[in-house]
Design a protein around this ligand. Structure first.
Ligand SMILES: Nc1ncnc2c1ncn2[C@@H]1O[C@H](COP(=O)(O)OP(=O)(O)OP(=O)(O)O)[C@@H](O)[C@H]1O
Ligand SMILES: CC(=O)N[C@H]1[C@@H]2OC[C@@H](O2)[C@@H](O)[C@@H]1O[C@H](C)C(=O)O
Length: 397
């Protein structure tokens, strides 16, 4: 069987840039194989990034501005797709996640949803990714699959996390229970039991809470905008975590909600950080201490959720996403996890930096084959469903 050459495009909740992965894919499930031919991150133009972050922080914008930003994002995604192919044979398919600017999980009870849910009535989730696929298809001349989250949301799911099914086929192990822990702006986990009978039904996944989102905002605050993140975690490593504060922050409702669950910058964003900074005043913490405490919150919330919501602890945790490069955070996770081995997905042969982009290439490929992409246990959807909307190229541009 000939491999299919696919481009995966992703920009996550950190809004740092477009991760592009050019891959060759063969097989469908347990025989699925992905070879990464090229992976690159293309930073957003500074002004566009500022506008996206403003929308994520609830800035009011007109419909005309929304349309303009949607197309501006599609344009940089299309350029990323063009650039990643240079020096390689062209791809025949693009899977583009787009840029999440708003995410609202479904309401199940006691909350009023304006559309499709009165008081105590369930209402569907809502998740908006900008960078429309039609523009990407038009500009690249390549069939583009986008809007991956809507089909899952339409059947009661959160529309997130979607990567666990791809993780299952690329990273599960015959004898070993594994957690695949993505630490992006937001953190999410896929729990993969050993690959034995009924293992697929036992997979779990959810958003564990903040990854780097609060840390990045705090670094920008303390450095007056000179730094955007804590490289290798060295600033936090020079401080001391304030454990009473970690305890206080861990009492937040989200950490106690049983999965399936999802979250975003709507919760773990600017307002949340301001509250954290206010709380830390009572302890007279230095900037380094605050960063150490926020890093501890990320690590502790991950481990707390494993201990409370997993059927059993994994033998191994494989980290991915930008936070996997934060050595201090990795060290804290190792200490909190005790005997569990902590590695990165790079160490088992799958790029930690480009795994999410690779996953959207696989989801696009599955869409073309009619294979479901969600895992109801991870998203809360009523059933498995094929994900994504197809944008084909017809005629000349
Ligand atoms: N060397 C490093 N040291 C510490 N942190 C790092 C390093 N490199 C990247 N990061 C962190 O990783 C973040 C980017 O991670 P990533 O690209 O995985 O996020 P994302 O894909 O936007 O998020 P999400 O997975 O929530 O969608 C940066 O904002 C930074 O906080
Ligand atoms: C709505 C949205 O964009 N969610 C992202 C976000 O970033 C991490 C976490 O929250 C995860 O649930 C999801 O992305 C990954 C790619 C997913 O769907 O698996």
């Amino acid at each position: 069987m000939h491999p299919t050459r696919v481009i995966g495009l992703m920009s996550g909740t950190s809004v740092d840039g477009i991760d592009a992965a050019l891959v060759e894919i063969v097989g469908t499930d347990l025989d699925l194989k992905v070879e990464l031919l090229a992976g690159e991150t293309y930073p957003y133009p500074a002004e566009l990034r500022e506008r996206i972050l403003a929308i994520c922080a609830d800035a009011a914008i007109s419909m005309a501005e929304l349309a303009e930003i949607d197309d501006a994002i599609a344009l940089v995604f299309a350029q990323a797709a063009q650039n990643i192919q240079v020096g390689h044979p062209p791809a025949t398919l693009i899977g583009s996640h787009g840029q999440t600017v708003y995410h609202r999980p479904p309401h199940f009870s006691g909350q009023v949803g304006r559309w499709g849910g009165g008081e105590n009535q369930p209402s569907l989730g809502y998740s908006l990714q900008l960078g429309r696929g039609a523009v990407i298809a038009r500009l690249t001349g390549i069939t583009t699959i986008s809007n991956f989250r809507v089909a899952d949301i339409a059947i009661g799911g959160h529309g997130a996390p979607l990567v666990p099914r791809v993780d299952a086929y690329l990273l599960s192990h015959p004898q070993e229970g594994r957690c695949i822990q993505n630490i992006g702006g937001i953190s999410n986990v896929a729990y993969l039991p050993p690959r034995r009978d009924h293992w697929l039904a036992q997979i779990r996944g959810w958003d564990t809470g903040p990854g780097n989102s609060l840390l990045d905002l705090a670094v920008q605050h303390f450095s007056n905008g000179a730094k955007s993140y804590d490289e290798n975690g060295s600033w936090a490593a020079s401080g001391t975590p304030c454990y009473p504060l970690v305890e206080q922050w861990l009492s937040q409702d989200y950490f106690h909600l049983p999965p399936p669950k999802s979250t975003g910058r709507e919760l773990f964003g600017v307002t949340y950080l301001h509250q954290c900074l206010q709380d830390s005043q009572a302890y007279q913490l230095s900037p380094a201490d605050v960063l150490a405490t926020l890093t501890e919150l990320t690590a502790a919330s991950i481990v707390y959720s494993y201990r409370n919501f997993l059927p059993r602890m994994p033998e191994r945790v494989l980290l991915c996403g930008g936070g996997s490069q934060n050595l201090y955070l990795k060290h804290r996770l190792e200490l909190l996890l005790g005997k569990v081995a902590v590695l990165t997905t790079d160490e088992v042969g799958l790029s930690a930096a480009f795994k999410e982009a690779i996953a959207f290439a696989v989801l696009a490929y599955w869409k073309q084959l009619g294979i479901p992409g969600n895992l109801p246990a991870a998203t809360g959807a009523d059933q498995e469903v094929v994900l994504g909307e197809v944008h084909q190229v017809t005629g000349d541009w």
